[in-house]
Design a protein around this ligand. Structure first.
Ligand code: ZN
Length: 589
């Protein structure tokens, strides 16, 4: 009813153009009572249409809110951005020049977890209409993505979140291409992710929030939190996040009666302890880390009433805005700028990580006693949490990760123009590249992929590679006019290294962008190659000795004529140099 009222009043203004004082009054009234679908039914979340209409109506009556279309999504509908800026400035460069901080909020990447959709609608309205809250926008501009996974949001249902307590209907996790967009930030299979990269690079936020709902264990908290992994973030910013910002948030949320705990990522049950989540760059906060932006994934607890989850998500965003609006925000922005600047001259880059079991911290955790009882379904033991037995105890938290692989950056990378999918992603992430002006041979460091493990089933549309082993060589390689050179003096060095070094877990190699190099193109016919192989051995006594040694130590090899010829072939000039040679080259001078 409220919405109909507002809609009618908007039409009225449109029809008559000039605003009389009575109409002004009407507009004021309509604004103050503008209620979201969630407020009208606490167990409901706004649909895609309701959300976009609501934002558009709010933007029509508040000049501080600007609604723009920014890029496309896989389902064919545009991605919207709602920019909340007290002085109506929507230019990121001029906003930054004024010293204002930028907060980016992403909603409904998993549309079955829509707390952020409803919380953002309420928060924006309150920030615009409540004078005390409006003050929080003095130094902060907030950019909201009302709904990111639009295709998923349109697949509205009441069943796909089997373990969740409301809302009564919601969207689906996968997008229209059945992609989990929270694994898509590097490979960018979706147009949504391409658009997001553009938005992120344009706005370069100081803090990024990606709103979610949890899965997993039961405990007393309504809100849990994944923050950017602080060791991965590194430097002063990582230390600040771990030792100051997070403790401050826990305190601020507790003060607002929304006590929260770290995201419960446990082996079995949380009372044995919890682990920090390794947010690889495929995930939202892992992506933001590459650009020195602190990221948060608030995970409201799936079993708490939907109304409470929305309220806790609202409060978490508000606490963030308050902090960014304060002097702390100035410090965060400065540390981010310094980290970006330092990465230009940083020599060593950590590209792979493992949990550090040393030095666990403790957290006073409010859980429910877990237990096991006989399952009515299987007759076997089943886990349950006894809500009549709440407990409070210190549990170990392993939240430190240490580097497993470290690489030195080259002076530059060279990528042949043939790898256009990779170049498109580098371009969208605003990596500075130059094109070679002529054909030329350059001495470069090359990687040969010795081995890799490949998933036996597709993961997010790819047979992903891991545990990649490489051999390093120095060679002369032919390049052509138009090939791309990336000089490593950029604030985006970290993104470049973590996507181009093949051993990195979310490199373009890992995601299969270079798979064609893994297949041999030419071969030999054994009966023809026999004579040539004999000649090769005569010319190369070392190879002959190696062959004899291998025969002596490997029975299967000694009994296979083909395997022996193959061994000679691989060690002859006939074997193609480009097989398994990784086609991104390192220029070291
Ligand atoms: Zn989620």
């Amino acid at each position: 009813m409220y919405r109909i009222f507002l809609l009618c009043s908007s039409i009225f203004f449109l029809a008559f153009g000039k605003t009389t004082s009575a109409q002004k009054k009407l507009k004021e009234i309509s604004q103050t009572i503008m209620k979201t679908p969630h407020e009208q039914n606490p167990n409901a979340t706004a649909t895609y249409e309701e959300t976009i209409n609501w934002y558009q109506q709010l933007a029509a009556s508040h000049k501080e809110l600007t609604m723009v279309e920014r890029g496309e999504t896989d389902v064919g509908k545009p991605l919207h951005l709602a920019i909340l800026s007290s002085d109506q400035d929507t230019n990121p460069t001029s906003i930054r020049n004024k010293g204002k901080r930028i907060l980016l909020v992403n909603n409904a990447i998993h549309p079955g977890e829509p707390c952020g959709v409803d919380a953002s609608m309420l928060l924006i309205r309150d920030l615009l209409s409540q004078p005390k809250k409006k003050k929080m926008l003095d130094n902060v501009v907030i950019v909201f993505i009302p709904i990111y996974n639009i295709g998923g949001a349109l697949y509205r249902n009441s069943h796909t979140r089997a373990n969740q307590n409301g809302p009564e209907s919601y969207g689906f996790r996968g997008n229209i291409r059945h992609l989990d967009l929270n694994r898509d930030f590097i490979k960018c299979d979706s147009r949504n992710a391409m658009a997001f990269s553009e938005i992120f690079q344009e706005w370069n936020p100081d803090v990024f929030i990606d709103n979610h709902t949890s899965n997993g264990a039961d405990y007393q908290y309504t809100m849990t939190m994944i923050a950017t992994q602080h060791n991965k973030l590194g430097g002063a910013l990582g230390k600040y996040l771990d030792t100051k910002m997070m403790p401050q948030f826990y305190k601020a949320m507790a003060k607002e009666d929304w006590e929260m705990c770290p995201y419960v990522y446990a082996k079995e049950t949380p009372d044995d302890g919890i682990m920090g989540f390794l947010d690889l760059p495929r995930y939202s906060t892992g992506y933001s880390t590459l650009f020195h932006t602190i990221g948060f994934v608030p995970e409201a607890h799936m079993l708490k009433p939907y109304k409470d989850r929305v309220a806790a998500t609202y409060k978490f965003m508000e606490v963030n805005i308050e902090l960014l609006n304060s002097e702390e925000g100035v410090a965060i922005q400065k540390m981010k700028q310094e980290a970006a600047e330092a990465s230009k001259t940083q020599q060593k880059f950590e590209i792979n990580w493992e949990l550090d079991p040393e030095q666990p911290s403790t957290f006073l955790f409010k859980g429910f006693e877990p237990g096991y009882k006989k399952s009515e379904v299987t007759g076997l033991d089943r886990l349950y949490y006894d809500r009549s037995k709440p407990y409070e105890k210190n549990i170990p938290v392993l939240n430190n990760y240490k580097a497993k692989t470290v690489v030195n950056k080259p002076a530059a990378y060279i990528i042949p123009q043939a790898w256009k999918e990779v170049i498109a992603r580098l371009e969208i992430n605003k990596v500075t590249m130059q094109q070679l002006q002529k054909d030329q041979v350059l001495e470069v460091e090359t990687y040969y992929v010795l081995s890799e493990e490949t998933s036996s089933k597709p993961y997010e549309g790819h047979y992903i590679h891991s545990n990649v082993q490489v051999d390093r060589r120095t060679e002369k390689v032919q390049f052509y006019k138009g090939d791309y050179k990336i000089i490593m003096n950029q604030t985006r060095n970290r993104y470049i290294v973590e996507t181009l070094e093949p051993e990195a877990p979310d490199s373009f190699f890992a995601w299969g962008f270079f798979d064609s190099i893994l297949q041999q193109k030419e071969h030999f016919s054994a009966y023809v190659f026999e004579d040539r192989a004999a000649e090769i051995l005569k010319e190369n006594p070392t190879l002959m000795r190696e062959l004899a040694k291998k025969r002596a130590t490997d029975k299967d090899f000694a009994e296979s004529g083909y395997e022996q010829l193959h061994f000679i072939y691989l060690n002859s000039p006939h074997y193609e140099q480009t097989h398994r040679r990784y086609p991104v080259y390192r220029l070291n001078n």
